[in-house]
Design a protein around this ligand. Structure first.
Ligand code: PLP
Length: 365
């Protein structure tokens, strides 16, 4: 058994057990399970939290990104700029709508897309930029929005890892034209199953996404588009409304855990997370870098410490995307990161004792 698992929901979920069970009972006894009051309440609360006019609850984070792109008419023949070191879902969203992902390398320091390299990748076909606030750190959104405005491009933020993060005080998920967020259980705000949302300030886009998530229909049996079923159900919405009330506290706790790691590991040879000026980091993941990554992972594993690699294979080298024609060496920074990054345990309720155990093990190594 792991002494410290990579992720453990127990402390978070034990604390809110009675509220979550009350939410379950309310839905159970309402006899209404899809597209009801709980969804509307959650959508209003999440929009309020994210400082956007609208939030549209959907089935998961990937569908949120697909719906955002679809609603903006991004599709066949279009190119979308996306970081070369993202989670696969960002890229799958782009290819699912028929568009082509155009990879831009991240900054070696922050692991977020390097805005200085974006303009060099813009062509006549470019329709949108998809910044990904990786590991919980906000991208350099002022720079990215300026480029988008200058070239008349849409921005679709992948905000799956950065609920409540901000850039120059403005929240991630509120910059782009339509933005996707995930409430996968392990995300900073997580449902007890799959869930996601699109956030936007544009009423027409919000309405279109509401239609597209529900068979292309807002009025029962009247179909405007060929939409799929990508709804967020009442139970997950009710659970999310409970958990949303704790998100600010949980984010503070994540930041505190990250500060403890930073302090304890500062004299080791690990490269610690670096935060860009004006950017906020909500530490969905605490990711460090070392040339001896595999040895470190094995050593920690042998000592009962769970770790994960986010991510071991960059999208351009995935078999699924071999038709795009990329090869090893095409995106050296993403490739280097995939070989040297490792994520340490960070979860709400992790005790200082456990952090001490982990950091002492690393210092003794
Ligand atoms: C989790 C995640 C997604 C997809 O979210 P799901 O709810 O799992 O579909 C998309 N992008 C990033 C960066 C993610 O971390």
């Amino acid at each position: 058994m792991n002494k410290v698992p990579f992720l453990n929901f127990q402390p978070m979920h034990q604390k809110i057990r009675s509220e979550m069970q009350k939410a379950f009972n309310e839905v159970y006894d309402s006899y209404w399970y899809i597209m009801g009051e709980k969804l509307e309440t959650f959508e209003a609360s999440y929009a309020n939290f994210n400082q956007t006019k609208y939030s549209v609850g959907v089935s998961n984070g990937l569908d949120a990104l697909i719906l955002a792109l679809e609603a903006l008419n991004v599709g066949k023949g279009d190119e979308v700029i996306v970081p070369s070191n993202t989670y696969i879902a960002s890229v799958i969203a782009i290819t699912t709508v028929g568009a082509t992902p155009v990879f831009v390398e991240p900054r070696m320091e922050t692991y977020n897309i390097n805005p200085e390299l974006i303009e060099g990748k813009i062509t006549k076909k470019t329709k949108a930029i998809m910044p990904v606030h990786l590991y919980g750190q906000a991208c350099e959104m002022d720079y990215i929005m300026k480029i988008a405005e200058a070239h008349n491009l849409f921005v679709v933020e992948d905000n799956a890892q950065a609920h409540g993060a901000s850039y120059s005080g403005k929240l991630t998920g509120s910059f782009g034209h339509a933005n996707g967020v995930s409430f996968y259980p392990g995300k900073n705000l997580g449902a007890l199953g799959d869930a996601g949302a699109v956030t936007t300030d544009d009423e027409a886009l919000a309405e279109k996404i509401k239609t597209l998530r529900n068979y292309g229909s807002q009025k029962k049996y009247h179909n405007e588009y060929i939409g799929l079923n990508r709804r967020l159900d009442e139970l997950q919405a009710a659970f999310l409304s409970v958990k949303l009330q704790y998100l600010k506290d949980w984010t503070q706790e994540r930041k505190k855990i990250a500060r403890t790691y930073n302090e304890q590991l500062k004299n080791t040879d690990l490269i610690l997370p670096q935060v860009a000026s004006n950017a906020d980091h909500v530490y969905h993941l605490y990711v460090v870098r070392t040339s001896k990554r595999d040895e470190l992972q094995e050593y920690l594993n042998n000592n009962g410490i769970g770790t994960l690699i986010h991510y071991p294979i960059p999208p351009h080298l995935q078999k699924a995307f071999r038709h795009l024609g990329y090869k090893a060496g095409d995106f050296p920074i993403a490739e280097e990161l995939s070989k040297t990054l490792i994520s340490l345990p960070l979860w709400v309720g992790i005790e200082n004792k456990k952090l001490e155990l982990i950091t002492n093990l690393i210092k003794q190594n």
